[in-house]
Design a protein around this ligand. Structure first.
Ligand code: GLY
Ligand code: MN
Ligand code: MN
Length: 436
């Protein structure tokens, strides 16, 4: 649980990092049409959620550090209370109740938004805003700026528009203890969903039925939604990196790759496991699987504060290349294949990414043109894979095998904690669960 005090403290920390006399404008997400007059389930904008924990659409958070307010003034523009709308579409908090709930200095209703924006911008020197994320919000902010620029002389428009994202996203990159606890819960829920799907798998079951098992387990544990579209790829579908059709029936001799994670209290988990439908890995499947596992273990052993993701990736690529050469999947020597990047045809994505409120989370991987060393509080995925296309120029026993193994880790003061240890990962562990 993230407390109201933590949300409050985040807003204060953001304000403290802005230039003096700045205003920050953070719009919430809006509903998106799914078909005709129905909408996708609402998902709050991650930046807005990070600063408020408020799940209503079309709201705005406004922050000012102007000296006339003693350096901190916080307001929200809320959907108005509306009996008819609430009967049809659901409850609204309303401006009045928002005041107390979020400890605001001021709350307004949505129909006042254009005037509110103009008044808020007036007399400030800098506006912090994430231009380009939301066209409607961009238009509102631009209109308010333009009205001020063309208004009588006593009105003054801010001199500078600053992208709010670098400051805010640097904050989001470092997870607090309570965020790590929520992410750990998201990972545990996702881990039990993977175990459930593994146990349900058998020949003839459809990929989407494994997806249903995963989503059932998510919801029963309090996570209503997956954090991204669930991938269940059996056979050579595992070689399609973002395969989400999930329409094929599993066959006895195949591997299944499941990449699925729950979203819990806004935070994502992102786990991949690969296992045999029959309950037993064949020799070539085991060869590829153990190579990916070895590469992942190498990465997990190296990850620590001060280490760069690039240096770990380089060691992972060496490990994979050594294995691919030994299995004769790559002709030539290890050195030649590192030189020509021969491994790229079988490992075509990155080793991992930051994860948080977004599955591919915000935060800069490079700073001042250099790869950035890992620091405590960063949470990331570690996900090497090998994908041998069905038409790859290799021994046919390996064709169509796709394996990815993905875990989530938090960087600590001394190393890492693995948040996703509750799903079997070695060949004997997986076979034991499947054969139970
Ligand atoms: N599930 C997408 C990824 O692993 O990055
Ligand atoms: Mn994934
Ligand atoms: Mn991932």
């Amino acid at each position: 649980m993230i407390s109201q005090q933590e949300f409050f403290a985040r807003r204060q920390r953001l304000l403290a990092q802005c230039e003096p006399n700045s205003v920050c404008l953070i719009p919430a997400a809006t509903l998106v049409t799914r078909s005709r007059d129905t909408e996708y389930t609402f998902r709050q904008n991650s930046d807005f959620w990070y600063l408020t924990g408020f799940n209503e659409p079309d709201t705005w958070l406004l922050l000012s550090n102007h000296e006339r307010h003693g350096g901190s003034f916080v307001a929200m523009v809320c959907q108005p209370k509306d009996k008819n709308s609430e009967i049809w579409h659901g409850r609204r908090l309303g401006a009045e109740d928002a005041l107390g709930r979020f400890d605001l200095d001021e709350a307004y209703e949505l129909d006042e938004l254009p005037e509110v924006l103009m008044h808020w911008l007036m007399g400030h020197t800098h506006v912090y805003f994430g231009q380009g994320q939301n066209t409607a919000a961009d238009a509102l902010v631009n209109a308010a700026m333009q009205s001020l620029r063309t208004a009588p002389k006593e009105y003054s428009a801010p001199k500078a528009m600053v992208d709010i994202q670098p400051t805010l996203h640097e904050m989001r990159l470092f997870k607090s203890a309570s965020e790590v606890a929520v992410m750990k819960a998201a990972c545990q829920i996702s881990a039990s969903a993977h175990r459930r799907a593994m146990q349900f798998a058998r020949a003839g079951v459809f990929e989407y039925q494994l997806e249903a098992e995963l989503h059932h387990e998510f919801a029963m544990a309090g996570a209503r939604s997956p954090a991204y579209s669930t991938i269940v790829g059996s056979g050579d579908n595992a070689c399609i990196l973002h395969y989400t059709e999930n329409t094929k029936a599993l066959a006895e001799h195949e591997l299944v790759l499941i990449d699925a994670g729950a979203e819990f209290m806004g935070y994502a988990a992102d786990i991949t496991r690969t296992f045999p439908v029959s309950g037993t890995f064949s020799k070539p499947q085991k060869d590829i699987y153990n190579l990916v596992l070895k590469a992942q273990q190498k990465a997990l052993d190296m990850l620590a504060p001060g280490v760069t993701l690039r240096s770990v990736t380089e060691r992972v690529i060496e490990t994979l290349t050594e294995g691919l050469v030994a299995l004769k999947l790559l002709p030539g020597t290890v050195a030649q294949n590192l030189e020509t990047e021969g491994w790229r045809q079988f490992f075509m994505h990155g080793l991992g990414h930051f994860i948080g409120l977004d599955v591919h989370d915000v935060g800069d991987y490079r700073m001042d043109g250099e790869d950035r060393p890992l620091q405590p509080g960063m949470v990331l995925t570690v996900e090497p894979g090998l994908y041998i296309a069905p038409d790859a120029p290799v021994d046919e026993q390996y064709q169509g095998i796709g394996v990815r193994i993905e875990d989530n880790v938090v960087v600590t003061a001394t190393g890492i904690d693995i948040l996703t240890n509750d799903v079997p990962k070695t060949v004997p562990e997986i076979e034991a669960l499947l054969q139970r």
